[in-house]
Design a protein around this ligand. Structure first.
Ligand code: ATP
Ligand code: MG
Length: 428
């Protein structure tokens, strides 16, 4: 029979990788706990309208990248391409916002039909934070600091924070007109994607990855210049607070982000380790979204980081500094005991002993190979366990087990097979 392969852009996580993921998730969980942020879990499948309305029809995500289909009941469904719209939908649906501001985090798979490459998959994973019901510049900075400090706690280095202000819908409308007028005079110099966006979503042209378009844009009017006085003052306050927290940043007037719902503060954290897919984390303020999804007007801000890209950066950090945080995070924890056993009666006794020790909380690797003792000991050494327990024919007959230290030069002990408390004490 021929082998079957996973779908293009859909990636398996092998045990060596899930270990790293779990370490990252554990750090993130603790980080969020300290900040009073609770986890929310929403379905992977939502009605298509949620994203069409929430993210915006003119965006790449909605226009080109969604996994959409009719289910058996003819409902238009979409595998979620991002988390924010779902979190807002859930908060509105369950009346969470009437209970005051909500600080929520989520994690899990997202789906976008993109061209797979390093750091870009069709099923990828995000960890994200959404703060609903907060409007101050201070809350923007608290949320940015949460992302920045999480990455620092993971030992990720070489990060850059870029921020911009997208202002109010009015600011953007005014700017949109200026930008379109300016670009229309130069339409023949634009790449074809950007020419199309000129009518659908002109601000997204700023985000073009085409070098010629980027060069052209160097002289274009900037959003920053189009901000109202209030918007500009708000943006200045965000910057002042970031400076106060000693979080380094750069203002990037062309940072617009891919989704339509952003306004005021937008930000991205990039890594110099990632090549073309450099953005590890992106987010911003989205004050209009809750209302757009049927809730009462509610200010909000959030971010999402890409797990796959974060893991790539972590691997690089672990390689660069084998004693650093990133390396420690991704190291495998060995079992406490490697249980060496051979012979019919010994193997039966070992099965019971492994079970009793595991029930008592000890991590036990039970050798199930029936191989020669020498081979089993080699594996015991290699796995990094501090202790070996050994049962052969003789031990099985006498109802005992030998305890050997694999790390220190210590005398071997012989203990009764059923003396679990004594064994636990010996293992320390
Ligand atoms: P990009 O410009 O790289 O396409 P984006 O603006 O589409 O990113 P967001 O929607 O802001 O990305 O998602 C937040 C983060 O999720 C990104 O910064 C990135 O780390 C990650 N991400 C987005 N799309 C993918 C993907 N297809 N594969 C892997 N990670 C992704
Ligand atoms: Mg994208």
């Amino acid at each position: 029979m021929s082998q079957l392969q996973s779908l293009r852009g859909m990636v398996d996580l092998r045990p060596e990788q899930t270990r790293r993921w779990q370490a990252v998730e554990a750090v993130a969980r603790e980080h969020f706990r300290r900040a009073g942020i609770e986890e929310i879990r929403t379905p992977l499948l939502e009605v298509t309208e949620l994203f069409a309305r929430g993210i915006g029809e003119g965006t790449d995500v909605v226009g080109k990248e969604m996994y959409s289909f009719l289910d058996r009941g003819e409902r238009a469904c979409t595998l979620r391409p991002e988390g924010t719209a779902s979190v807002v939908r859930a908060a509105v649906q369950h009346g969470l916002l009437s209970q005051g501001a909500q600080k929520l985090w989520y994690g899990g798979p997202m789906f976008r039909y993109e061209r797979p490459q390093a750091g870009r998959q069709r099923q990828f994973h995000q960890i994200g934070v959404e703060c609903l019901g907060v409007s101050s510049a201070r809350s923007d900075v608290e949320v940015i600091a949460l992302a920045w400090d999480l990455l620092a706690a993971l030992g990720v280095q070489g990060l850059e924070l870029e921020i911009n202000s997208l202002g109010t819908p009015n600011d953007r409308q005014r700017y949109r007109a200026q930008l379109v007028a300016w670009l229309e005079e130069r339409v023949d110099q634009l790449d074809s994607d950007s020419q199309e966006r000129l009518t659908t979503n002109p601000l997204r042209i700023l985000d073009s990855k085409n070098p010629t378009t980027q060069a052209l844009l160097a002289d274009a009017p900037t959003l920053l210049e189009a901000l109202s006085e209030e918007s500009a003052a708000r943006f200045a306050e965000v910057q002042a607070l970031l400076r106060q927290l000693a979080i380094p940043f750069q203002v990037n007037t062309r940072l617009v982000r891919g989704l339509d719902y952003y306004g005021h503060t937008a930000f991205e954290i990039t890594s110099d380790q990632l090549g073309a897919q450099a953005t590890v984390c992106g987010g911003g303020r989205y004050d209009g979204l809750v209302e757009q999804l049927g809730g009462s007007p509610t200010p909000a801000i959030g971010w999402a980081l890409g797990m796959e890209r974060l893991l790539l950066v972590l691997e690089a950090a672990a390689k660069a500094d084998p004693d650093g945080v990133a390396a420690r995070l991704t190291a495998q924890l060995p079992p406490t005991v490697y249980l060496v056993n051979r012979g019919e009666a010994a193997e039966a006794a070992a099965l019971g002993l492994a079970r009793s020790l595991r029930q008592a909380g000890v991590a036990v690797e039970l050798d199930g190979s029936g191989a020669a003792f020498g081979k089993q000991f080699k594996r015991a050494d290699r796995c990094g366990a501090p202790w070996a327990l050994v049962i052969g024919d003789q031990e099985a007959e006498q109802g005992c087990v030998r305890l050997k230290s694999l790390r220190a030069e210590a005398d071997e002990q012989t203990l009764a097979l059923d003396a679990i408390p004594a064994l636990l004490e010996a293992l320390g």
